[in-house]
Design a protein around this ligand. Structure first.
Ligand code: DC
Length: 225
């Protein structure tokens, strides 16, 4: 039975990681959160005090470290050289800086190679911004997930509040809008919906409804799930 490759792209807060993870669990596939990889590189740049302008030094550092994603009880754990950075990569400081780091061509090159290697054997649900357009252009199922900015900001805010990070909804809305702009407008691998991707607007949809639509798309593609 062929294991599918499923690409899920969309803007921040559209619910990609939540639904991608549940879909992966239902299919017994591996879930890969590529945003976490860009966040880990951002954390690395911040803690080692490497300016994004010094892209060569940062790329060298990224090539040297061991960047690992591991799914533990429904949570993607992220390790850089064995250090657990799972919580630290979700702080507002990293969120504010990550779009800038994600614009560096050499960093994207390194991470894209890693992502393709992770997806080589199929049976993966990978989420990000450029999965359908660039990382896995031959993915079996391509989904573009979005929602209104108000809904996305509210979700991110609730997520942060629940982990004890005290931020205002207004600031989160501003941060998401500015990240959207950078993600959509950057020169390299901008966020976009490819023509053969299925659009799902999750505004007002439940998580279960959204997952079901993805599973239906997989079923249609393979006829075996
Ligand atoms: O999905 P996220 O919010 O954790 O992503 C963090 C940032 O990384 C976001 O600003 C866009 C960038 N990113 C990217 O450029 N390409 C990807 N495949 C995944 C994320």
């Amino acid at each position: 039975m062929k294991k599918l490759t499923i690409a899920i792209d969309g803007p921040a807060g559209a619910g990609k990681s939540t639904v991608a993870q549940i879909a992966a669990r239902c299919l017994k596939y591996t879930y890969i959160d590529t945003g976490a990889m860009y966040r880990a590189v951002t954390w690395l740049a911040m803690t080692r005090k490497i300016s994004p302008q010094n892209s060569q030094a940062l790329t060298d550092e990224v090539c040297k470290v061991d960047l690992k994603l591991e799914l533990v009880e429904d949570k993607t754990m992220v390790y850089v050289d064995g250090i657990d950075v799972t919580e630290q990569i979700r702080t507002p400081e990293v969120s504010r800086k990550v779009a800038e780091i994600a614009q560096i061509p050499e960093i994207r090159e390194v991470l894209i190679l890693k992502q393709r290697e992770m997806a080589r054997l199929g049976g993966v649900v990978m989420d990000g911004r450029d999965i359908s357009s660039c990382v896995l252009p031959d993915a079996d199922v391509k989904i573009f997930l979005t929602a209104s900015i108000e809904e996305r900001a509210k979700r991110r805010w609730q997520e942060l509040i629940s982990t004890g990070v005290n931020v205002s909804l207004k600031n989160i809305t501003h941060d998401i809008a500015s990240r959207d702009k950078k993600d959509y407008e950057r020169e390299i691998a901008p966020l976009k919906q490819v023509p053969d991707a299925m659009l799902i607007d999750t505004t007002g949809l439940t998580i279960e409804d959204t997952v079901q639509r993805i599973l239906d798309a997989c079923k249609e593609r393979s006829g075996v799930v």
